[in-house]
Write a protein that binds this ligand. Sequence first.
Ligand SMILES: Nc1ncnc2c1ncn2[C@@H]1O[C@H](COP(=O)(O)OP(=O)(O)OP(=O)(O)O)[C@@H](O)[C@H]1O
Ligand SMILES: Nc1nc2c(c(=O)[nH]1)N[C@H]1C(S)=C(S)[C@@H](COP(=O)(O)O)O[C@H]1N2
Length: 194
Amino acid sequence: MSFDEVRIGIVSISDRASSGVYEDKGLPALKDWMSRALLNPITFESRLIPDEQAAISAALIELVDAGCSLVLTTGGTGPALRDVTPEATLAVAHKEMPGFGEQMRQISLHFVPTAILSRQVAVIRDKCLILNLPGQPKSIAETLEGLKDAEGKQIVPGIFAAVPYCIDLIGGPYFDTDDSICKAWRPKTAIRPK
Ligand SMILES: Nc1ncnc2c1ncn2[C@@H]1O[C@H](COP(=O)(O)OP(=O)(O)OP(=O)(O)O)[C@@H](O)[C@H]1O
Ligand SMILES: Nc1nc2c(c(=O)[nH]1)N[C@H]1C(S)=C(S)[C@@H](COP(=O)(O)O)O[C@H]1N2
């Protein structure tokens, strides 16, 4: 069976990682999780930028125009003065998708009580879904995959379960997931026969 080729934008937003104070762990964590979760051949478009609103919005527009059907950001969602990722994302939105942010905060509350400090949003621009994830590198897998017990049984569903069908609905490629990492949910009529 063949899988659609997908182009995914990954954006790490961090003053310190982008200036070399510490090593960026955001882009490798995004790449690692997406490569494990998806069966599709993936082309990644990566950006490492500081917490500057105009630069973030410009990077998002560039990635959508380059044909990405999914863009994931990490960092800059908190309350600190320099944290402006949600504002930069909303500035390029054609539609808001509030369910993703709500679910990510619910998931993250199982890991840290400060989850409510994350103002992360999700939006649609053209045929692309843009998702903000928190800056802590470990929060990337946590929010995308959700919470599983020691036997691997899902306790809280990760947000990625809803991403493939969302991309179907906006006219993007068909995302196939590895069910052991994240089982995508689609209505029966939308499932492509294998
Ligand atoms: N790109 C990254 N690479 C490695 N660790 C990161 C990265 N971004 C954030 N972290 C870690 O997660 C913590 C919380 O992330 P947050 O986005 O709030 O960073 P910050 O305090 O705004 O600093 P900065 O923007 O300089 O990364 C950071 O203090 C850092 O330990
Ligand atoms: N899953 C998960 N979510 C998390 C965290 C975390 O460690 N794991 N950190 C929280 C903290 S401390 C903050 S301040 C907010 C915003 O983080 P950001 O500014 O790095 O994006 O995300 C929150 N969400």
